[in-house]
Design a protein around this ligand. Structure first.
Ligand SMILES: Cc1ncc(COP(=O)(O)O)c(C=O)c1O
Length: 338
């Protein structure tokens, strides 16, 4: 890695020296079995992914442990979601063991780059359809490139833990309903218009997608309501990403004695929840657990609780991050050593 500090650079702009790659033909992948120096890719201008969007990725993290070692959070769950995204793009799905090995090889070779908490080594498995064919709009790419990129990161939201402002978008969905659970770049670019408008016109941090009042997720994280007794989040369906952090928070909240509800959530309920002193937060690999202080609903800025990070939000954040750095017992078997 360049000797730059991940805490003073934007998230995702520093890259480790090594990566792993494999080329695929159908579901057969060839991996050399060792890392390579990070390099630019040589792609045909006719590459399928560049024209027809046959590309997807994952996002997970390796954390510096209190004993100095490095371990990956929920590796198997991320590999499973990556394979599901690849399948939805009709690309050859690599074996679980191959993806796992390519990730652990990359992280082991770049482990020195992993900063101490709250920093981490962000891992970006990426799949692209490489067939050189601009006439293949209605056929999947038979050939693929799989690679694992590492990026030392500090905080996703500049300024560390601070209450975020969300613009509630009730009309334009983030993506198409049947594709929301796929981690494909097209979903993110589709959400750009409303996100840029929200930042420019309302100085919002993120957009909360709530088509016709039905809250799902933001552009890069899942959404929760919490108070002293209860944790509420949207029940899963194909319309939004099934966050690994979301599932971890649900498990930890149940461990801590919260009553957990996964169900439909309306914007009216969100506003009433905040007015009653309830807390709102986002979850994600990058966002971790991020408190929400203000929501903008139809142009009105509505404060959530006292507008500050709440005690329950911080308690859940702490429960999660202490497992990730090895400060609390990993009772659910979430950490994979490298
Ligand atoms: C659209 C979207 N929703 C939710 C999440 C949170 O998912 P996870 O907790 O697996 O990172 C992410 C981040 O990966 C995301 O991009």
């Amino acid at each position: 890695m360049a000797s730059r500090d991940p805490f003073s650079e934007p998230f995702g702009t520093l890259f480790s020296e090594n990566f792993t790659t494999a080329v695929g033909v159908g579901a057969e992948y060839t991996y050399s079995g060792s890392v390579e120096p990070l390099r630019d890719l040589a792609l045909s201008p006719a590459t399928h992914a560049l024209h027809y969007g046959s590309t997807c990725f994952e996002g997970l993290k390796a954390h510096r442990q209190q004993d100095g070692s490095v371990a990956i959070f929920r590796l198997d769950d991320h590999v499973a979601r990556f394979r599901q995204s690849i399948e939805k793009l009709y690309l050859g799905v690599p074996d679980t063991d191959l993806i796992r090995k390519m990730i652990t090889d990359a992280v082991a070779s770049n482990a020195a780059d992993c900063p101490d908490a709250p920093g981490s080594l962000y891992i970006r498995p990426t799949m692209i359809g490489t067939e050189p064919n601009i006439g293949a709009a209605a056929t999947p790419s038979k050939t693929t490139l799989l690679y694992i990129l590492n990026s030392p990161v500090g905080d996703y939201f500049a300024g560390g833990i601070r209450p975020l402002t969300l613009l509630v978008e009730g009309t334009t969905p983030r993506t198409t309903p049947q594709f929301g659970m796929v981690k494909s770049g097209a979903n993110y670019v589709m959400a750009l218009g409303v996100t840029l408008d929200a930042k420019r016109d309302h100085v919002a941090d993120q957009v909360l997608f709530a088509t016709n009042g039905d809250i799902t997720e933001t552009g890069a994280s899942n959404f929760f309501l919490v108070n002293d007794n209860q944790l509420v989040t949207r029940n899963l369906d194909e319309s939004f990403l099934h966050g690994v952090t979301r599932s971890s928070i649900i498990t930890l909240a149940a461990d801590l004695g919260y009553e957990v509800e996964e169900r439909a959530l309306s914007v009216d309920e969100l506003v009433a929840w905040g007015a009653d002193g309830g807390e709102v937060f986002l979850s994600g690999t990058a966002a971790v657990v991020a408190p929400v202080g203000t929501v903008i609903v139809e142009g009105d800025r509505v404060q959530v609780g006292d507008g500050q990070p709440g005690a329950n939000t911080l308690k859940l954040r702490e429960a999660l991050t202490s497992i990730q750095v090895g400060a609390a017992e990993d009772t659910h078997g979430w950490m994979a050593s490298v």
